[in-house]
Design a protein around this ligand. Structure first.
Ligand code: NAD
Length: 487
């Protein structure tokens, strides 16, 4: 699949931007849903099918049939396929990144980085085929050894959002597959091409038919059918908190395993002893990178009085660097999200907040380019401080001291990431222990994660049971067995 779709009236060009379901190794489904490029009004970015419950049924049937043979394959052989698929993604990085930019709106540099991340994730989990182990433990019985094994769940469902449309499918699929599960994935409607590239790489790498299936379409149709099917032994979801919590009820009712990674309202505490310019650069990267459309994005900042003015001045200077366009900041994903960003800023200003940077004066082209917005003098109960916006908007509030700042960071229904900017090792250590968040960053942006370490949140950000990424990702996709062997 190549990438340019400048003349989509030709049948070849349409084919290049068309995603299909992948069911039992066959590409299918009439591509009826149009996705327009958020940065280039009028340009068709992708076409995809609108799946039905019957498509989901067929995909689960295929996965159920394929899973035992896949699980029986030696783990290093499963891993070799993942590593080959990872290499293919890297070979195709430029073309995939162009598709990703067109359908999601992020910058080309961000998209290339994301494709590289998906490739690395596949290769990381592929290599675990050689080393994922159980334990050997002593027994209280004579002449007996105890070993533990990880067994695959069977067929698992994955439901993914649009904001990392190839990396998130990869970081869920890779641990599922290396553990011997078969997969049915429902990617986000807005970004059908990226997950299709992942599926194609796995298929081209030699993954047997039926082991990885893709069904495109609406969440309340395809996602719902996936969640309700009793053959789905576990569902891993990333997306909004409301949808996630509703899915949890469905999965809990049939006592199937569920993993949810959901919204965030990630705060950073900037203390007097920090360097204001370094702190501003950390906050800006977390708030405006990826157009603020990361679950880990910084969206509220608490500053102590001694650094407030210098920090705000430096932050406004940083925000001015993040002009929206091809770089350094991309487009907002959709008109709906754009209006959400605009409404959050407008409403805060109407309630008395000051917009220090990010006045939106309209774009005659209709491109969804939103300026990096910095709000201050804002009420702590303003929705821009308490609710996820998912755009390049950051609210800065003053707090009296470290304890007040820590309390403010923790005063949220969310708990995904939290950050602190300080030169004090004692404060940083205390913050790391007491911040109610699954990931803590000291002098680093809240957004941005390594692939080899656990990731997840607490409170309404996550199910807070199984972590994603790193070796800990294997826990969700396997169940433990303890074997006593006597001689
Ligand atoms: P969303 O919840 O609208 O959609 C996520 C996925 O769920 C999509 O594939 C969608 O089609 C599907 N879905 C929607 N309704 C459904 C239903 N009733 N049943 C089953 N599936 C359904 O979220 P989004 O707008 O795609 O993504 C943005 C959200 O994702 C933000 O809240 C963000 O914080 C969150 N997110 C979280 C993480 C994390 O790791 N915590 C990472 C990225 C994004």
């Amino acid at each position: 699949m190549t990438s340019t779709a400048t003349d989509i009236t030709s049948s070849t060009a349409r084919e290049l931007i068309t995603a299909h379901h992948l069911i039992n190794g066959e590409w299918s489904g009439e591509a009826v849903t149009q996705r327009m490029n958020p940065a280039k009004p009028g340009e068709l970015a992708a076409l995809s099918p609108s799946g039905t419950a019957e498509d989901v049924d067929a995909a689960i049937t295929a996965a159920t049939a394929a899973q035992p043979a896949w699980a029986a394959l030696p783990a290093p052989s499963r891993g070799a396929i993942l590593i080959t698929a990872g290499n293919l993604l890297l070979e195709r990085q430029a073309a995939i990144a162009e598709d990703l930019v067109r359908e999601e709106g992020k910058t080309l540099a961000e998209a290339k980085g994301e494709v590289k991340r998906a490739s690395d994730v596949l290769r990381f989990f592929g290599s675990l085929g050689w080393s994922a182990t159980g334990e050997v433990l002593p027994s209280g019985l004579p002449d007996t050894t105890i070993t533990t094994r990880r067994e695959p769940l069977g067929v698992v469902g994955l439901i993914t959002p649009w904001n990392f449309p190839i990396a998130i499918p990869a970081w869920k699929a890779a641990p599922a597959l290396i553990s011997g599960n078969a997969v049915v994935i429902k990617p986000a409607e807005l970004t059908p091409l990226s997950a299709t590239h992942l599926a194609r790489a796995l298929q081209d790498a030699g993954l047997p038919a039926g082991v990885f299936n893709v069904v495109h379409g609406k969440g309340r149709v395809v996602g719902d059918a996936l969640a309700r099917d009793p053959r789905i032994a576990g569902l891993s979801f990333t997306g909004s908190t409301n949808v996630g919590l509703a899915l949890q009820e469905i999965l809990n009712a049939r006592r199937a395993r569920v993993q949810l990674e959901m919204g965030g309202k990630n705060g950073v505490l900037v203390l007097d002893d920090a360097d204001p310019r370094k702190a501003a650069a950390v906050v800006a990267a977390g708030a405006f990178g990826l157009t603020g459309q990361a679950c880990t994005a910084t969206s509220r900042v608490y500053v102590t009085p001694g650094i407030r003015d210098a920090f705000l001045e430096a932050l406004v200077a940083e925000a001015a660097q993040y002009t929206a366009g091809d770089a350094p900041m991309g487009a907002v994903v959709s008109r709906q999200q754009f209006e959400q960003d605009q409404a959050a800023v407008r409403s805060a200003v109407e309630r008395g907040a000051t917009l220090l940077h990010g006045e939106y004066d309209g774009d005659p082209s209709g491109a969804l380019l939103f300026p990096a917005a910095v709000l201050t003098d804002i009420a702590p109960d303003d929705a821009a401080v308490t609710e996820e916006i998912f755009g390049p908007v950051v609210a800065v509030l003053e707090v009296a001291d470290y304890e007040a700042g820590l309390a403010a960071i923790n005063d949220s229904r969310y708990g995904l990431t939290a950050g602190i900017c300080t030169d004090s090792l004692a404060r940083a250590t205390d913050f790391a222990a007491r911040a109610q968040a699954g990931v803590v960053k000291v002098n680093r942006p809240t957004a941005g994660l390594d692939l080899n370490v656990p990731f997840g949140g607490v409170k309404d950000s996550s199910t807070n049971t199984f972590r994603e990424q790193g070796r800990s990702a294997l826990d969700f996709f396997t169940w433990g067995k303890t074997v006593y062997t006597g001689i």
